[in-house]
Design a protein around this ligand. Sequence first.
Ligand code: FE2
Length: 309
Amino acid sequence: MVECPLGGTSRLVTGLVFKTSRAAARVVAGGFDSHVPPLFDADCKDLRTAESWWQCMKRWLKAELHTHTREDPIDGRRIVLHSPKELIDAAAAQGFEVLSITNHNQLLFEEGISKYAHEKGILLLPGVEATLEGSHTLLYNFLDYDPSWITPAQVMAKKGPDQMVIAAHPFFPIRSALGRRFLAWRELFDAVEYNHFYTKRINFNLRAQNVARQWRLPLIGNSDVHFLEQLGCTDSLVYAEKETASVVDGIKRGSTRIVTSPLGASFTARVLFAVLRGNLRSSLRKFGALFPDSTWSGGRGATGPETGR
Ligand SMILES: [Fe+2]
């Protein structure tokens, strides 16, 4: 159980999809794989040491696969202020075992960060939130990712069994959402995001949830973390070994569950305010760049044409 600031108590639900009428309870969905997986993977031969035993054992891993850091070329420093280590520390404190930093059009997967995460008990999954034809799409384990990839065909050309593509907030009313491209690029996606940003009354995830059910694509709960307080609002459990290929495979198989709750009004307002403040900060910096001697010409920072969610 985790608690989202000012939101309701999150609940682990192992069914596929259901609603409850209780105010604090959630719409929750999971993967389609409803059988109970075996405790041990039969292919995992080396169980001689405690570490290999732990690595080889399949179990439910708490995962957050959509986060940003201050290095983000679009949202970094104007909206996202935390460092990778601060993010990893916060994730470790909440018991996450799988984490992916998915900065916009930037693969931030350095050995030092990965090692730091490992020391904190977290498997860092290489990730990026790529902009394909203007739409945000989450790519995982594309170690040769290049920002010049701007079409789904370029991604498909590099995609193998160990790579994974997740549709980020596909039907949210934002310019960067996939929308109809999500439907047109059906073959590209391995899973669909159930984004944390929804309330009891307004939930833009529902259409994605319906499409995922029709296509038998697993849903993955993400908090699209721009502020550390968002961490734990919505996340996933993946039944896998704590190893990149196994996590990717587990998600593709639908061995997933979501832990989620709608945001409370106050927290929703805080998120919106923080985004607006970031946009204002960006505008002031642009203004300062036009007038270098003005008081608005603060420090350097990444600015972008849009708010990446
Ligand atoms: Fe994002």
